[in-house]
Every structure is written in C-alpha cells, then in structure tokens.
Design a protein around this ligand. Structure first.
Ligand SMILES: [Mg+2]
Length: 253
C-alpha cells in the first residue's frame, strides 16, 4: 500500500486576502455611492454589519458554522441545516447598506449598493503572490486538502475563481462539516478522512486558534503565516508570506 502525504491548507488570509479585500470592496462601494470614505466610515460598515448579524435570527447557528458578518455581505447563505438563512441573508445585506447610506445622508439605492459590494468583492478574489506556485509544487508530491471556515457556496466560489482548485484534492468547509475550526469535531472529520494510508505532514494557516494550535495538539507540523513580531520559542514555524513556506518533507516516487 502506498502511503499518501497530506498538506492541510487554510483558505482565507492564507491563500487569498480576505479582510483587506473586504475593506477595499467596502471602500469602493461607498465611493461609488457618493459617500466620502475615510477609514472610520469604512469601519462603520463592518460595525453595522456585526450589530445586525448578532441580533439576527440565525446568529448562533451561522456563527457555529463559521460564517462571519462581513462574509455574509456577499455570501450565498444557502445551507441545508439553516434553510431560511438564504432569504434572510439577502434582506440582511440590504438592511446593512440601507443603514450605512442613511447615516451618511446618501440617497443611493440600498439594493444597488448591496449588489455593487458583491461584484466588487468577487473581483478581488485573487491569490496572494506566491500562493499558486506554493500549491503547484506542493501538489506534485502531496495531496492538498483545503480546510476552511465559511459558507459552502462562498468558499467554493472563492476557490473556483482563485485558479487554485486544480491543486486541491479534498475540501472541508465548516458549513458542510457542521462545525467550524477550531471545534474538535471539525478536526475529527478531517482526521477520520485520513484513514490508514494517509498522514498529515504539514498544516499551513494564519489563525493561531483556528489552524495552528489544533494542528500542534494533533502532532502535525505547522507553518503559521504571520507578519507580526516574533514571539520567541514555539512549536511551529512562522513565515510572513505563503511563497516562503518550505515543505519539511519530500516524497518523490
Ligand atoms: Mg484564515
């Protein structure tokens, strides 16, 4: 039996910019609606979204599935386990933009603003520099498994638009698994999928809590993508950009 070596890779802010892309799409949408957009106005969109998200009827279910308020501004929330979330999500987007536009005294149409944000955010789905090369060289001798939190349709849309899908052997999305990283049940599903002839030889992610610590707890080697100050001794490797990740192993046939 041939042993297979698996590299687990996170998606958002590991292979693709997420927070910075959301910020830029909000800024561009405000600008298109004629709203001046200093940083505090851009931030106010995230604040309004979070507030409405938390007071929404499906907050707990969606949070437990790993879906965040800013992702829901462009995510298709079609989910088997929360069947009414998709229709509610469309109202949520419009209400967030309506509140933002009212506060700014702008007379732009809220539905149009919501649509503009989706288009602008979709246009910003581009891998980090070096991400495609990392995936290409990793997939030569390993199985690359994507482990990501978020809404199923959104995460799969991002993967498809990124051009990286061809390198990915398996996809684990929190809303499909039923639990979000770092919940032990999420990682249990991944571990069970390894079966007897597969072993994890690396995990790569940007989240200490969601990616790094759960991998350390399972004895998997980890690279933490992080450009902050060095924090001294730790049982994982740190690099600033995905292109600098060096695989700790070679499994040439
Ligand atoms: Mg991430």
């Amino acid at each position: 039996m041939t042993r297979r070596f698996v590299v687990l890779v996170d998606l958002d802010d590991t292979l693709l910019p997420d927070r910075s892309a959301a910020w830029e799409a909000v800024r561009a949408t405000l600008h298109a609606c004629g709203v001046p957009c200093p940083p505090q106005t851009v931030q106010s969109v995230f604040d309004v979204a979070r507030s409405r998200w938390r007071s929404g009827p499906y907050f707990k279910e969606l949070r437990d599935l790993g879906i965040s308020s800013w992702e829901a501004l462009w995510a298709d929330l079609t989910l088997a386990s929360v069947p009414r979330a998709a229709a509610w999500g469309l109202r949520y987007r419009a209400e967030v933009w309506g509140q933002v536009l009212r506060a700014a005294g702008a007379d732009a149409d809220r539905e149009d603003a919501a649509r503009q944000f989706v288009l602008r955010r979709e246009a910003l789905v581009r891998p980090f520099p070096g991400a495609a090369a990392f995936m290409e060289r990793t997939a030569r001798e390993h199985e690359v498994w994507l482990v990501t939190n978020g809404a199923s349709r959104l995460q799969r849309l991002k993967l498809g638009r990124s051009g990286l899908e061809r390198y990915v052997a398996r996809v684990f999305v929190s809303s499909e698994v039923g639990h979000a990283k770092p919940h032990p049940r999420f990682y249990q599903v991944v571990s069970e999928a390894l079966d007897r002839d597969r072993t994890v030889c690396l995990m790569v992610g940007d989240s200490l809590e969601g990616d790094v610590r759960p991998a350390v707890a399972r004895g998997w080697p980890v690279v933490h993508l992080c450009d902050g100050p060095d924090d001294g001794d730790r049982p994982w490797t740190r690099v600033g950009v995905i292109g600098d990740v060096v695989l700790p192993c070679a499994h040439g046939s």
